[in-house]
Design a protein around this ligand. Structure first.
Ligand code: F6P
Length: 536
């Protein structure tokens, strides 16, 4: 365990019963001093127990983890994903003017060529130059899962005000309900199916793709002509029957959960147009530039990462909630769940030894204000503090509904204030007294109305949820995860933990159709037999 870890824990212990509000009392500039900005994004982390000493120690932790040198190793194409022997270059997909060398070759000409082909195809789909059997494409269906689904889905929802292309649908689950419900309202003759799979072997995606092809074949003479593929395995896309002109490839140095910036973003590009997509890339590239250049203490991804380390590792809070006060960011928490938990949910360190600290936190959330009427009860009065990460835009897109936006923002700011401030017993008693309660009943009722407060949160304030701003936000979180991973000593870019379940699913499948399958435990055998019996 790094020496600073112990010093940070000692410092936290020395803070004792001090409250966040005490830090504001002691420092009238705290609100500005404990916030950091990149372009027009502002991260306020003043409503935490990070004080000047904690911040210094956290930054020393980042320095000790060699964050700056390893950051450059990533951007310059070194093979920092060492368990897979790969470079990590999703950043190359959004900085199209650059040049990056992998295995002695500049990868950027191919990146630019694919980006140009995607843009031309997206324009053709949007204009009607590319047609389905029944004419202009009205609907696109992206079939993919994990990183081949969550990124474009999250972004298409987020950028609804910029969506002027065909309707976009997403099928991910192998549950037939997903594809059945999606295809139910669509016309095969005017639908384009996009099969998004880096490996082109993922069982859910390939099962759904074959079902979609059968559905298309009921009404379309040449179903494969209305399919496109996004993959690193172009040999397999040909086997599926998709013409190379509609195959958009990418290299193995783009991780699944980091892939929305390239071909996996095709559905987003068709929805908002190549120009809108390029603004999204530009936002990501702007965050990259900030991440590379800003000193650690003024570096937004670094400070967001250090806030995470502080809460999870030093304070011991096991989860964190992402709470966008923006309904169109409704899938951002799910997107970040994959990004953060698939990246940093690991127990073996990069050196092959056991992780000396706990692995990354559980990440969850919902947009405000809906969450307030669901799980905020626990956040305010549960026994375990949940660090909250609020996201708020200064402007919505509904100019005629400005009063909604003010109310939304008031709720967001009120929540972080309430979490920090709380309500003590005297205040709760005074409230109850005003309502006419007295004696033992007053005491009993007042206790239920106490809020302990002192609950930490950060707030990310943006101007408006534009394609550029979304790019900034996604890249911010990507780099945050990378920095946290470096400090924990984790390779954030592999995901071996998803393999065992996939392998066993293939071995369990025969059990469910009554075939012999050795090597299963008694509980699994009994459940499989009950399952068969219930199906009749
Ligand atoms: O579940 C693991 C995973 O490999 C993710 O990392 C990935 O995003 C997803 O499956 C989909 O993989 P593919 O794009 O190869 O179908």
């Amino acid at each position: 365990m790094p020496a600073n870890w112990t010093r940070l824990k000692d410092h936290r212990a020395a803070q004792g019963d001090a409250r966040i509000s005490d830090l504001f009392d002691a420092d009238s500039d705290r609100a500005t001093g404990f916030s950091v900005s990149a372009d027009d994004l502002v991260l306020d982390y003043s409503k935490t127990m990070i004080d000047a000493k904690a911040r210094d120690l956290l930054i020393e932790l980042a320095v000790g983890a060699d964050v700056e040198a390893r950051r450059e190793a990533m951007f310059s194409g070194e093979k920092i994903n060492e368990t897979e022997g790969r470079a990590v270059l999703h950043t190359a997909l959004r900085n199209l003017s650059g040049s990056v060398t992998v295995d002695g070759q500049d990868v950027m000409p191919a990146v630019r060529a694919t980006h140009d082909r995607m843009s031309r195809f997206a324009d053709q789909v949007r204009s009607g130059a590319y047609k389905g059997q029944g004419g202009k494409i009205t609907d696109i269906v992206n079939i993919g899962i994990g990183g081949s689904d969550l990124g474009p889905l999250m972004a298409v929802l987020a950028l609804a005000p910029y969506h002027d292309g065909p309707r976009a649908h997403f099928v991910s689950n192998v549950d037939g309900a997903d594809i059945a419900d999606t295809l139910a309202g669509l016309n095969p003759e005017t639908t384009l199916v996009i099969v998004a799979s880096k490996t082109f072997t993922t069982i859910e995606t390939m099962t759904n793709a074959r079902t979609a092809r059968d559905w298309m074949a009921t009404r379309v003479a040449e179903p494969a002509a209305q399919f496109a593929a996004l993959s690193s395995a172009v040999d397999r896309t040909a086997e599926f029957g998709i013409d190379d002109s509609r195959v958009f490839g990418f290299e193995d140095w783009v991780g699944g959960r980091y892939s929305v910036w390239g071909p996996i973003g095709l559905s987003l590009m068709i929805a908002v147009g190549p120009r809108g997509f390029d603004r999204f890339l530009a936002g990501g590239a702007a965050m990259d530039a900030h991440f590379r250049q800003a000193p650690l203490a003024q570096n937004l991804p670094v400070m967001l990462a250090l806030t995470g380390i502080w809460h999870h590792q030093i304070c011991g809070y096991p989860t964190r909630a992402v709470l966008p006060y923006d309904n169109r960011l409704m899938r951002l928490p799910a997107y970040l769940q994959q990004l953060e938990m698939e990246s940093n949910g690991k127990r073996v360190a990069t050196d092959g030894g056991d992780l000396a600290v706990v692995s990354g936190p559980v990440v969850w959330g919902e947009p405000g204000t809906n969450g307030q009427h669901a799980f905020y009860q626990l956040i305010h009065q549960g026994t375990m503090p949940v660090p909250c990460e609020f996201i708020l835009a200064a402007r919505g897109h509904e100019d005629d509904l400005g009063h909604h936006h003010i109310l939304l923002a008031a709720n967001c700011l009120a929540q972080s204030e309430a979490l920090m401030r709380g309500r003590n017993l005297d205040e709760a008693r005074a409230l109850m007294q005003a309502k006419g309660l007295e004696g033992a009943e007053l005491d009993r009722q007042a206790r239920h109305r106490v809020f302990p407060g002192n609950r930490p949160s950060t707030t990310l304030l943006i101007q408006q949820l534009t394609p550029f701003a979304l790019g900034q936000i996604v890249a911010l979180y990507e780099h945050r995860v990378f920095v946290e991973g470096m400090i924990l000593g984790i390779n954030s870019f592999d995901q071996w933990g998803v393999e065992l379940g996939k392998e066993l699913a293939l071995k369990v499948e025969p059990l469910l159709t009554g075939q012999e399958a050795p090597g299963h435990d008694p509980s699994t055998l009994r459940l499989a037999s009950l399952f068969r019996a219930m199906r009749g």
